[in-house]
Design a protein around this ligand. Structure first.
Ligand code: SF4
Length: 178
């Protein structure tokens, strides 16, 4: 039996209270997400984004290897054209610390899909092999072809397309646990 209380205390201890337990087999993986990464996203080609990520079918198989997961929602009032990078880096650091603590609690498969494209470096190498911070680089759910909107709604959380700017944005991280 997974020690959910232990993991809850790790996540809450890092200041995240807006999350839901999920079964990773229920994560919706879709080809259309990969198409939107490939055409129309300015992050395409960066070190943790397509085409530097597994195929859509491999991503789908990967999620099915896990019994437990968390969807963590981070809300931030922000301007769409001025992404709050300092806040994002701080959140990424906290999420990586959660991944580390869960690993040290005995869940050797734990893996973080980060709440944003990797922004660890000012200038990305755009390559997995030449990545300059391999320890901390993590992909986003979208880069692993996750239909974030449907997956989050299926878990019982609200998420909407942001129409105004500035507005409250919901950033989504997924922690896979076993
Ligand atoms: S750690 Fe740096 S080089 Fe590696 S993927 Fe992230 S931004 Fe790119």
């Amino acid at each position: 039996m997974i020690g959910k209380e232990k993991i809850d205390s790790i996540v809450l201890g890092k200041g995240f209270s807006d999350y839901k337990w999920i079964k990773p087999k229920d994560i919706i993986v879709a080809q259309w997400v990969r198409m939107k990464c490939t055409f129309g996203c300015k992050g395409y080609g960066s070190g943790t984004c397509p085409p530097n990520t597994p195929s859509v079918s491999d991503c789908d198989r990967f999620f099915k290897e896990y019994e437990h997961g968390l969807i963590i929602r981070l809300n931030k009032m922000a301007d769409k054209d001025e992404y709050p990078t300092d806040w994002s880096k701080e959140m990424t650091k906290k999420l990586l610390n959660i991944e580390r603590e869960v690993f040290l609690s005995g869940f050797q498969k734990v893996f973080l899909l980060n709440q944003a494209c990797c922004t660890v470096c000012k200038d990305c190498s755009n390559s997995r092999v030449d990545c300059t911070d391999k320890t901390n680089a993590r992909p986003s759910p979208e880069s692993f072809a996750v239909d974030v909107y449907q997956t989050v709604r299926n878990a019982g959380l609200d998420i909407n397309v942001v129409k105004d700017s500035p507005a409250e944005m919901s950033k989504i991280a997924i922690l896979l646990i076993e």
